[in-house]
Design a protein around this ligand. Sequence first.
Ligand code: MTE
Ligand code: MO
Length: 402
Amino acid sequence: MAELGRREALGLIGAGAGLAAMPALAQALVDLRLPGGNGARAMTGDFPEKGSMILQRGRAPLLETPLDALDGQVFTPNDRFFVRWHYSDIPTSVDVRTFRLTIGGAVRRRLSLSLADLLAMPRVELAAVNQCSGNSRGLFSPRVPGAQWGNGAIGNAKWVGVALRDVLDRAGVAPGAVAVKLGGLDKPPPGAPAFEKSLAIDHARDSEVMIAFQMNGAQLPLLNGFPIRLIVPGWYSTYWIKALDRIEVLTTPDTGYWMDKAYRIPATPGPDVMPGAKDFPTVPINRMLPRAFFTNMGDDATVTARSPFYIRGLAMGGTHGVTRVDLSMDHGRSWHAAPLGPDEGRYGFRLWEATVPGLSPGRYRLALRCTNSAGQTQIAQPIWNPGGFMRNAIESIAVNAT
Ligand SMILES: Nc1nc2c(c(=O)[nH]1)N[C@H]1C(S)=C(S)[C@@H](COP(=O)(O)O)O[C@H]1N2
Ligand SMILES: [Mo]
């Protein structure tokens, strides 16, 4: 098993509230500038295989990637990659010799695959952005319940693994299959539904959805789903089941809690409803939309008047590649294309950069807009929905030239 070592990270996460709920003394604070207030968060370096992260919650872990870890590179380092688990009973060690992935339900042969079995199959490789459905939820106004993320519940990695299709074909999907349900090693508290998600059978068999065992050339950190996780390119990461240990082929749609009740968006374009709206039709959250971020400058930056300054950041296209990133300094009346870095794959991040000519003293607003190859783009007006899902409004920062 040359490529996957035993991963045992700890007493740390499992061992009681201690560590995670209460970060060690004198941690730096970061201000996420949430419109609803209370944006201060502690930085933490206390999680296994993780560097300095924004602590959103200790148990179950919610760790946000700080801006500096996204700056200047399209691949987000594994040790700065954001972390999100629903339930606190998460795997704290995995024995790679005994681990099995089972494939059952409507299949010709039930399978129980070892990691060695998976490593022996043909490999696929793909760059893809992993973004929480609720990334930037903390910026919703009016505020909605749920993790008050800033913009850092996102990361891009190069994933290597096997196509889900190949694994399904090995089991032989039976006629009448409509969906594929997936679950992992984390356990719900008594009485709660396991965190399981489903993909339509054709989506599961599109040969891009993959079971990854490598992230940026290394094995996955435990907190990001070691030893294997699902990658659903272009789709929100609620479907990217971590520590994947079971796959079930279904002949009727999944009516489990996490498909039927949670992670649903209004069935409206946008998906936007009036703040406070209830009882509207919903659909399961699905494809991501284009977004672009500033990474070397935050809001309210100060620059030297009359000298050019350099800005850069990242863009993502959702299900289609980034074709343009535009900047505006006049509230969207005119837009100027920013040069893009190399294309590392349509599902991944793309770097953009620009040099802004010297500004006379004053306060300016710099806005940023991404467009993908399908013509999808961003609008200034933020959406609202009660889940705080799918924010992709145009980002802007204030710049003070002094
Ligand atoms: N097994 C399992 N997989 C899971 C989850 C979970 O709670 N359990 N959360 C999902 C959600 S909502 C997100 S945002 C991503 C986060 O992936 P990451 O922690 O690697 O960044 O994992 C997804 N996969
Ligand atoms: Mo998420």
